[in-house]
Design a protein around this ligand. Structure first.
Ligand code: ADP
Ligand code: ZN
Ligand code: ZN
Length: 753
């Protein structure tokens, strides 16, 4: 046995060397308890075993081993290492995020640690004792005892007749399926009729093999065979670009079925899984209990059980998950599908590792020799460009399934409506007319506004004062239901002001509008309509969210008002009108991706209309009617958008023609921060020259009393990212040497969204 082990801890640290006590048998990937720091015990992962004595005075030794199988396998270790390198974070930060917390107990004492340790839920399983497995013998015995012990006889027959395909892999049936008390079971056991085993729950799973697959249309079938062919020819990533309602889901259901029938694992990633109960139900109708949902809203216990079950699986798993599902131990990964691949919520931006789930998915797949399918109605320009450059395969679905036609999109000019006196509250005449017609026909309406709350500003008409957050550089949003003003960044809340604190006049006005106000206004205009609202405020739990969706699905609600949340891949049959209330605030953000985003968002919202026989109508309300984005949305012309945007990105060396590395530096003292950021930018310029931009203030430059500044580097495609990372590390080391700037935090974001 090697004498030393490099152990990875769930801390923002590299690995540390420990000694392996005589007689202890451990292997790479095993979890062990280790003491680190004066009084902390952590779960560590054995990363490497060797005989090189570490260069410290006293080498501590590892504690006991925690599971009787490795907790992390070779493929996972390689993925973690790739992520730590590419996203420039520590391996420990990847570990901290990748493993469910219950799997990796920690504590300040041994008792603490033990108390936190995962205890699998156990379940009893029954089987006939070996001598009664013989049918004839059992039959004879049953007849013998029939008179004296009829209940015993009946029970033995139940156990003997339990359907073979529902037994676990030990040939046992779950105790909970036998209707009898424990005294009776104990008696049977004592008499030598049965054996009882305690086994971990949920390790065993009933597995259907036959799937009822939808028959594909000609266009879908062509796409399916293109995907298979392209994969076979060695292009491992394929982009499926199909308009909303074209049946992309049906196409990948076929790919999933094929992989599962070969006992390979499938990972289906969704941008926000807690919000996709509709799709999960649809998959369950085809794949039954094979579907395993995995996301952060599951209980810690459930996530831990799934992880450990996957660790011991032999393939044939279908995991439907949010980006965190990437970190499950897949044993025979065959296919990875990334649905709505353009969605920016695949990116984890707030904490390290700041990774993109879509990009990591393709890396994970390639490490397993598996294939990736990216699917979207509005692909990200990165993926689209890769398909144009021949790096990815590409298929297009241009027709909606069945009788459904793409919706008719109408532009309604807000300023003109105002001038003509045709605007009521936030709705122009054409939208009101469409809504009232839809309601008359018993159809449904969706209204999209990308701000929640009632009103995003309140202020004084007289002196121009606006109510801002004391901790953040943003205005407070009015929430009428709660009767409070709230900050959407730090949670600060206060009363709704009645008089202006600056000029003391009682002329407080609300400006702008959010979903809450839209809900109120539309209810006033159509008092007979049943209106619901879907945003972060109304869907604080999964059940609240599901209630809103279910009631809209079943037709109990006529009008659904919502934020981005209503755009996510829903398939509601009776929606014939969709209103985009204010397209302008999407187009006019300063980000280089704003046109692409606005196009994606509007196209996705529009795609909720007319998904069955009835033609759908989408009304886009805007004042910027000449903006090209509006034109592309109206014509449904993704290619024109892509051509124009890619040209622009090329001219200014933005992705996909470059990689961006962004540094966000933060501190409470704006002067110290500016000094540190200026200095750091200079250090970067020494290596990267004109590729460095900044420091500049981000759109919201103070949150919770902490100021922020940003520096960005654009590294043109074709340049070595490895070399760039090396130079960045050098600059980071240099700034770390300057004591006065030490308290400034630096967050690194590679490929920011
Ligand atoms: P997309 O994912 O491209 O938006 P969906 O897969 O959700 O499209 O398909 C839209 C609707 O059309 C769904 O209700 C789906 O069940 C139906 N549909 C699509 N293709 C087929 C098919 N080949 N057979 C039966 N129904 C289909
Ligand atoms: Zn005032
Ligand atoms: Zn705030």
């Amino acid at each position: 046995m090697p004498r030393y082990a490099d152990i990875l801890l769930p801390l923002a640290q590299p690995t540390y060397s420990f000694s392996v006590p005589e007689g202890v048998e451990i292997g790479v990937g095993d979890a062990v308890a280790v003491q680190f720091g004066p009084r902390n015990t952590y779960t560590g992962i054995v990363w490497r075993l060797h005989d090189r004595r570490p260069d410290v005075k006293r080498v501590k030794s590892i504690g006991r081993r925690l599971y009787d199988y490795p907790l992390v396998d070779e493929a996972q270790m390689r993925l973690w290492e790739w992520m730590a390198e590419y996203y420039m974070c520590s391996l420990g930060e990847v570990m901290r995020m990748a493993l469910p917390s219950m799997i990796k107990p920690q504590g300040s004492s041994e008792e603490d640690f033990r108390a936190e340790e995962f205890q699998p839920r156990k379940e009893s399983y029954l089987s006939l004792a070996p001598q009664w497995q013989d049918r004839a013998a059992l039959k004879a015995e049953c007849e013998r005892i029939a008179r004296r012990a009829p209940r015993r006889k009946a029970l033995l027959e139940v156990i003997a007749d339990f359907p073979k395909e529902s037994l676990n892999s030990y040939g046992e049936m779950p105790r909970r399926l036998v209707d009898c008390d424990s005294a009776m079971l104990a008696a049977l056991r004592k008499a030598g009729y049965i054996s009882v085993a305690e086994r971990e729950r949920s390790v065993e799973q009933v597995r259907e093999k036959m799937f009822r697959l939808p028959e594909l249309t000609a266009q879908q079938a062509t796409a399916l065979s293109q995907i298979k062919q392209s994969w076979e020819q060695g292009r491992n990533v394929h982009l499926l670009h199909g308009i909303t309602g074209s049946g992309k889901t049906e196409v990948y259901i076929h790919l999933i079925a094929k992989a599962l029938s070969e006992e390979k694992d499938v990972l289906l990633l969704l941008p926000e899984i807690a919000l996709t109960s509709q799709l999960i139900e649809r998959l369950e109708r085809v794949f039954g209990s094979r579907v395993t949902a995995y996301h952060s809203k599951l209980s810690n216990l459930r996530r831990t059980e799934i992880y450990l079950r996957m660790m011991r699986s032999r393939g044939g798993e279908l995991v439907v998950g949010a980006r965190s599902a990437l970190f499950l131990p897949f044993k025979r990964l065959g296919v990875v599908v990334v649905d709505e691949e353009h969605d920016s919520s695949y990116k984890q931006s707030d904490t390290a590792p700041r990774y993109n789930g879509r990009d990591c998915a393709t890396i994970l797949a390639s490490m397993h020799g598996a294939k990736t399918l990216l699917s979207s109605a509005t692909p990200s320009l990165e993926s689209y460009a890769n398909s144009q450059w021949g790096k990815y395969g590409y298929s297009r679905l241009t027709e909606r399934y069945g009788e459904a036609r793409p919706p008719r999109i109408i532009l309604s000019e807000t300023m003109r409506s105002v001038k003509r006196g045709e605007r009521k509250a936030h709705f122009n005449q054409p939208l009101l007319r469409a809504i009232s017609e839809a309601l008359e026909r018993g159809e449904q309406v969706m209204l999209f506004q990308n701000r929640r709350g009632f009103s995003p500003y309140v202020g004084c008409k007289e002196c121009g004062w606006t109510l801002r957050c004391p901790n953040c550089n943003v205005t407070l949003t009015m929430h009428r239901g709660k009767n409070r003003m709230e900050c959407h960044y730090c949670g600060h809340s206060e009363e709704i002001p009645r008089v202006c604190p600056q000029c003391k006049r009682a002329d407080i006005h609300t400006m702008g509008f959010g979903t809450e106000r839209v809900e109120e206004a539309i209810s006033e205009i159509f008092p007979e309509a049943r209106v619901a609202r879907l945003d972060r405020d109304t869907s604080t739990s999964i059940s609240a969210y599901n209630r809103i969706i279910k009631s809209f699905e079943s037709g109990e609600t006529d009008i659904l008002v919502g934020t981005q949340m209503i755009t996510k891949g829903f398939d509601f049959g009776r929606v014939s009108v969709v209103g985009i209330l204010n397209a302008d605030n999407m187009i006019s953000s300063p980000d280089f991706r704003s046109s692409e985003r606005a196009f994606q968002l509007m196209t996705q919202v529009a795609g909720r209309a007319g998904r069955r026989e009835r033609e759908g109508v989408v009304v886009v309300q805007s004042s910027e009617v000449d903006n090209p984005v509006i034109g592309w949305v109206l014509r449904g012309d993704y290619e024109a958008m892509a051509r124009s945007e890619l040209q622009e990105r090329h001219a200014f060396a933005y992705p996909p023609y470059s990689h961006i590395v962004q540094f966000t530096m933060r501190h409470e003292d704006p002067r110290l921060l500016l000094g540190g950021a200026t200095n750091f930018a200079q250090l970067l310029r020494d290596s990267f020259g004109r590729r460095v931009i900044g420091p500049v203030a981000p759109p919201i430059d103070r949150i919770r009393g902490v100021y922020a500044l940003r520096i960005m580097i654009k590294i043109e495609s074709g340049r070595s990212m490895a070399k760039a990372r090396e130079l960045i590390r050098k600059a980071l080391a240099q700034i770390a040497e300057q004591k006065s700037y030490k308290p400034i935090s630096i967050a690194i974001d590679v490929d920011p969204q």
